[in-house]
Design a protein around this ligand. Structure first.
Ligand code: NI
Length: 188
């Protein structure tokens, strides 16, 4: 289990750097990210959330399979991803984030994306996603661009969440998994 960086941690603001095939311990890192994600009941996890400023995220959307057909058996690693277009109407859905425990808010996102990325063998893919997968990918992709979902909320909503967000940064959080807090030593 890796510790997850909490809201306010400076690494969550870092735009990820591209990595090469020889990135040290990449396969182990990806395995550890999946394990950490499953243990904390997430459907996605980005490198910034485990304290690495690189362009890497993992997704397993299967918990949404009943509600969203496209989520069935969707498990994927995205390396050096770039979203090349956002299309279709924006729609709202409630999102949460392992770095922001206890906060769930409606976020507007585009229906369809086109994305280029490399897989774990560094083969390049260009794909299009819609619906729930598009949403999950956009959320994780945002992390690699230094953006946490609460930063996409309307100003008033952000103001109302200010206290809660500050608490999380200070280590007051309902998370049952290990976290790295920016203003508190990590729990052992
Ligand atoms: Ni997140």
């Amino acid at each position: 289990m890796l510790a997850i960086t909490a809201y306010g941690h400076p690494i969550l603001k870092k735009v990820g750097e591209e990595i090469e095939k020889d990135y040290p311990g990449l396969d182990k890192l990806i395995d550890d990210m999946y394990e950490t994600m499953y243990n904390s009941r997430g459907v996605g996890l980005a490198a910034q959330q485990i304290n690495r400023p690189i362009r890497l995220f993992v997704i397993d959307a299967s918990p949404y399979a009943e509600e969203f057909e496209e989520a069935k058996d969707f498990k994927k690693v995205f390396i050096n991803a770039r979203i090349t277009s956002l299309e279709g109407e924006e729609w709202e859905m409630e999102e949460g984030c392992l770095s922001v425990p206890g906060i769930n808010e409606f976020v507007k996102r585009h229906e369809t994306i086109r994305i280029t990325y490399q897989d774990q063998d560094f083969a390049t893919h260009e794909e299009e996603y819609s619906g729930m997968l598009s949403r999950i990918i956009q959320h994780e992709y945002d992390h690699t661009e230094g953006i946490v979902f609460v930063e996409r909320l309307p100003q008033l909503k952000k103001m109302l969440l200010k206290r809660k967000l500050k608490d999380i940064s200070n280590g007051i959080s309902p998370a049952e998994y290990k976290m790295i807090y920016p203003r508190k030593k990590s729990r052992r």
